[in-house]
Design a protein around this ligand. Structure first.
Ligand code: PMP
Length: 296
């Protein structure tokens, strides 16, 4: 259905303007119901020029996210990658965060969208959680249940949960939140995956009730290459409190160490942890440093 024509007026930020003239579709389900899907990619200024890390994997995940919520996805992913490089070039960006967003068309019903649009933006963005070791709290806000929501998809509406948890953590004097899953195990941070180190082994929650991060996958690959034992296992709050060290992984945050969880301060010096080796290795991987294997 059509919600407005060339005569329709809407109220916008204190004035009445033509619905057509806003340049925005204010009737999109994305705005009202969070019915959209997005991705977060990073381009790095490598010696091979600006390179988007795992671009195809990110766009394929965007396509899957749309499929999971029945938003039509009519774009060719390789074409979108070309557009992303173009976007960097026309904005003179050599390293950047890239945000594609697929949003549904006009529809005020709670029914699947039959049309969709895509936008893509890029901007310079340092590591999302900064470069200092983090203080995190175990949040009393739980991740959405996998029975209620396709939690392995990057769906706009789901991020209300992340916003609530991270802003509560910040209000409580922490940098980020760790959220429990529907079964009471520690799942992940508001927008990063979690790894802990205990007795020279790494542990991370299995895919089951977490968002399957692309950075997480690359950490696992790095562990394989370095011969680090990594165990995918459900983790309790006690496991997190009794760990030797811990870190988060995500495209925006990259690899960032944790120094404190709730009132517990990890004793291990970050620079001597497995996480620190992985952090260095990841940096070399995204920068396409040829000798990254020996610079760890
Ligand atoms: N969890 C959530 C909820 C996320 O939104 C993200 C991505 N921002 C991640 C984890 C990390 O995923 P990736 O490594 O693919 O960026």
């Amino acid at each position: 259905m059509k919600y407005y024509d060339e005569n329709t007026l809407i109220y916008l930020d204190g004035s009445y303007v033509k619905a057509f003239a806003t340049g925005l579709d204010l009737y999109t389900q994305a705005l009202h119901y969070g019915y959209g899907a997005f991705e977060g990619l990073r381009a790095y200024n490598t010696h091979n020029g600006p390179r988007i890390f795992k671009a195809l994997e990110h766009f394929e995940r965007l396509e899957k996210s749309c499929e999971a919520i029945n938003i039509p996805y009519t774009w060719d992913n390789r074409e979108l990658i070309d557009r992303a490089y173009e976007l960097l070039s026309i904005n003179n960006l050599r390293s950047a965060y890239i945000r594609p967003l697929v949003f549904s068309g006009s529809n005020m019903h709670l029914t699947s969208s039959t049309e969709a649009r895509i936008m893509m933006a890029a901007w310079e963005w340092g590591p999302y959680l900064g470069q200092n070791l983090l203080k995190v709290e175990i949040s009393d806000i739980q991740r959405p249940s996998s029975k209620a929501f396709p939690i392995s998809s990057k769906i706009s509406g789901q991020y209300i949960n992340s916003i609530l948890a991270s802003s509560k953590a910040i209000k409580n004097g922490y940098d980020e939140a760790l959220l429990l899953d529907q079964d009471g195990y520690v799942a992940q941070a508001s927008s990063e995956n979690l790894f802990i180190e205990k007795d020279f082994k790494l542990y991370t929650p299995p895919i089951q009730n977490i968002f399957p991060g692309i950075t997480r996958k690359n950490v696992i690959l790095i562990c394989k290459k370095l011969g680090i034992e990594l165990i995918e296992k459900r983790l309790t709050v006690q496991d997190i409190h009794e760990a030797d060290s811990a870190f988060l992984s995500g495209t925006a945050a990259e690899i960032i160490g944790i120094k404190q969880v709730d009132h517990i301060i990890y004793k291990e010096d970050w620079e001597h942890t497995i996480g620190a080796s992985i952090q260095r290795r990841y940096k070399n991987l995204v920068l396409e440093n040829e000798n990254y294997e020996v610079i760890i």
